[in-house]
Design a protein around this ligand. Structure first.
Ligand code: FAD
Ligand code: EPU
Length: 335
């Protein structure tokens, strides 16, 4: 473990916000975590557990210690057609998806091209194109900062929901994930429930996990900007969820409104549609702007700081609230 001081975080967040960390530790073994936490010089400082930095907004310099999770390793257990994977938190998520696909282990192919680490996947229950982590997650292991013990939490204990989990609620800032366990299968069960996928893969007879992954990667590349050339944090807002009654009133007023029914009877609204209707798509405010192809992706076109990004987000929230009476919640975690 190396402990560095006064480190630039610009390359460690996909919005490319130029902020610095007072301390920065590269965590390469579970023992590193205990060592850092036992260091009296760091004990009272704030902590930021960092994976790929693709879902955070740095409001300013971070005055505490960043624990950059660089744990590596994948173990596989065979059980009939099931493959039980133990994946270290620092493994790259997209590389994991591609590795599994190449091995013929299916279930996460729709989650291809999502940036970030495996350890962060349960935090907001990553999801895309009809699949979410909850569909394959068995358990999560890590260090409980409250009880100061290593623990294994079942998927149920993780309380996964749409873009949320116990790690964004009761256990926020309390658990450092070191490993996730996934249940995959050697039996292909392609999921083409998402409308945009259906359009690309209209010939359903030839649909395979490989063709689904290829289609998802192509749709993503056509819709979402690459953070390496246009720094962003993916969707900046969650899709708002409203009651069925509220949705039907809105639908009468705005017949073009894009909605999805939820299993619990409530209705999810397309935040991108709401933002686009308010005229924000493609607009710029100083060095930040809204991507011309995706109305809920905010892009840092220069060296904008967190405050500038958040000022734009606030202006968008304000106009969506005024026009539709709907409040947009920011998806990335603010530090
Ligand atoms: P970070 O940004 O490093 O951290 C995010 C949060 O998780 C922080 O609060 C951090 O403290 C916490 N955290 C990270 N690792 C750990 C750990 N080991 N233990 C405890 N806490 C931890 N998300 C989707 O769901 N679907 C998408 O389709 C999608 N597309 C995206 C496209 C782009 C271009 C971008 C930039 C982002 C996209 N995202 C998407 C968001 C992002 O990729 C995911 O949220 C991802 O899981 C974040 O991983 P990370 O390692 O970068 O997390
Ligand atoms: N739309 C617009 N204007 C736009 C973009 C989209 O009106 O500029 C409308 C379209 O009608 C489209 C609908 O909004 O049908 C939904 O758009 P899209 O399919 O692009 O998905 P999204 O709801 O914007 C969500 C996730 C993404 C995930 C995709 C695919 C959230 C907050 N975002 O985006 O996840 O990749 O679906 O499943 O749920 C992320 O979380 O960072 C992320 C990128």
């Amino acid at each position: 473990m190396t402990l560095l001081e006064d480190v630039s975080l610009q390359e460690f967040n996909t919005l490319s916000i130029p902020a610095r960390a007072a301390y920065f530790a590269e965590v390469v073994s579970a023992a590193d975590i205990e060592r850092i936490l036992a260091n009296p010089a760091l004990a009272t400082l704030p902590r930021l557990v960092l994976g790929g930095g693709s879902n955070i907004v740095l409001r300013g310099d971070f005055p505490g210690v960043v624990l950059h999770i660089a744990l590596r390793g994948i173990e596989v257990e065979e059980n009939g057609t099931q493959r039980l994977l133990k994946v270290a938190a620092g493994e790259n998520w997209d590389a994991l998806v591609r590795h599994c696909l190449a091995q013929g282990w299916y279930g996460i192919e729709n989650l291809i091209s999502i940036p970030g680490s495996a350890g962060a996947a349960p935090i907001q229950n990553i999801g895309a194109y009809g699949v979410e982590l909850a569909d394959v997650l068995v358990a999560v292991s890590g260090w409980d900062l409250n009880t100061q013990q290593w623990r294994r939490l079942s998927a149920e204990q993780c309380q996964l929901g749409y873009r949320t989990s116990v790690f964004k609620a009761a256990m926020q800032d309390r658990f450092i994930i070191t490993e996730i366990e996934l249940r995959l299968s050697t039996e292909a069960q392609p999921n083409v429930s998402y409308a945009a996928l259906n359009e690309v893969l209209s010939d359903s007879e030839s649909v395979t996990p490989e063709s689904v992954a290829e289609a998802v990667a192509a749709v993503r590349a056509s819709r979402l900007p690459d953070y390496r050339t246009e720094p962003n944090a993916g969707s900046f807002f969650k899709n708002p969820i409203v009651s069925a009654g509220r949705a039907s009133v809105l639908k009468q007023q705005f017949p073009q409104l894009v909605t999805w029914p939820m299993a619990d009877g409530r209705v999810k609204l397309a935040a991108a549609w709401l933002v686009e209707q308010c005229g924000w798509k493609g607009r710029r405010q100083g060095e930040v702007g809204i991507h011309p192809r995706q109305a809920i992706v905010l892009v840092n076109y220069g060296r904008a700081k967190g405050a500038e990004v958040l000022a734009l987000a606030e202006a968008i929230q304000h106009s969506v609230a005024e026009t539709f009476g709907v409040s947009l919640e920011i998806e990335p975690r603010l530090y």
